[in-house]
Design a binder for this molecule. Structure first.
Ligand code: C2E
Ligand code: CA
Ligand code: CA
Ligand code: CA
Length: 280
């Protein structure tokens, strides 16, 4: 339960109990979901300007037996608080590695990169580097095919620690993408110190071009593109929904896209089918 603002003293309220109970019930349900394999990964393509699919972002979904499909926004924040994100995150990584292994012998998919979202708590787990090394070895995957998407909040604790950890993981051969760039607290000064391979322009900024016209905030998009170019980082624009947005991004120097304009996140069979249809 959240503390009340100001100097007001708040005593325990029945609705707070309800909240505690709800959170507890959700935690129990997450436990069960892990045991009973109710989670699955959806895949959304990343494409270049020529329409070449270079990879896919893996996005978790919870297929609840009674409540149907549950979006990550509903359970990831709580799982981060409760620590369950560590088990969920391990499952996600393992699943993504298994997928990469399966795609190795699939002519249509063997060049695809998979990007996985890593929560800060997971990133700082003491055995995170060993976990990654073990997975790469066990599934015999090309580590360059696995991208870890991190948000700017990873540097809030300790920049040196973040740099050190990223370097250890880069030594294994994995790639890093900075997710939601421009929305957090990060300053440009430490982007230069962090070994990111890719910067993702957040959908908030992509939307600043709705009718294909540059708004004031478009200057931020152009600044992000300039920074990524300066540091030699690849660029991906997220949440591209319209052709006008794609055009404008392309004109501004961003040539890789992800968004509903191309495909929504889909179950792996649907994703493969979508890919196959495009090849015809
Ligand atoms: P994110 O990493 O920023 O992922 C992009 C989100 O934008 C996804 O929402 C995706 O479905 C949505 N999206 C993609 N294209 C478009 C578009 O054109 N328009 C709009 N309006 N939305 C679009 P989703 O799948 O609900 O995921 C939400 C967030 O949950 C993710 O944001 C990520 O932070 C988190 N998440 C998802 N899967 C995982 C996971 O396996 N582990 C962790 N730690 N977090 C995850
Ligand atoms: Ca992401
Ligand atoms: Ca994002
Ligand atoms: Ca986001």
């Amino acid at each position: 339960a959240k503390a009340a603002g100001g100097n007001e003293v708040r005593f325990f309220q029945p609705e707070m109990l309800a909240e505690v109970e709800q959170r507890f019930a959700l935690q129990q349900a997450i436990c069960q979901a892990l045991e009973q394999q109710q989670f699955c990964l959806f895949y959304q393509p990343k494409l270049t300007n020529t329409g070449l699919v270079v990879g896919a972002e893996a996005l978790i979904r919870w297929q609840h037996p009674e409540r149907g499909m549950i979006a990550p926004a509903y359970f990831i924040p709580l799982a981060e608080e409760s620590g369950q994100i560590e088990a969920i995150g391990r499952w996600v990584l393992q699943q993504a590695c298994l997928q990469l292994q399966q795609w190795q012998s699939d002519a249509l998919c063997q060049n695809l990169n998979i990007a996985v979202n890593i929560s800060v708590r997971q990133f700082y787990q003491p055995d995170f580097v060993e976990l990654l090394a073990g997975l790469v070895q066990h599934y015999r995957i090309n580590p360059a095919k696995l991208t870890l998407e991190l948000t700017e909040s990873l540097v809030l604790t300790d920049l040196d620690d973040a740099v050190h950890r990223m370097q250890q993981i880069k030594a294994l051969g994995l790639r890093f993408a900075m997710d939601d760039f421009g929305t957090g607290y990060s300053s440009l000064s430490y982007l230069s110190r962090l070994p990111f391979d890719e910067v993702k322009i957040d959908q908030h900024f992509v939307r600043q071009s709705d009718d294909g016209q540059k708004t004031r905030d478009w200057a931020i998009v152009e600044a992000i593109i300039g920074i990524a170019n300066t540091f030699g980082m690849a660029l991906v624009a997220e949440g591209v929904e319209t052709e006008a947005q794609r055009q404008l991004l392309h004109t501004s120097g961003c040539h890789c896209f992800q968004g509903y304009l191309f495909a929504k996140p889909q179950a792996v069979a649907d994703f493969e089918h979508w890919l196959h249809q495009r090849q015809l």
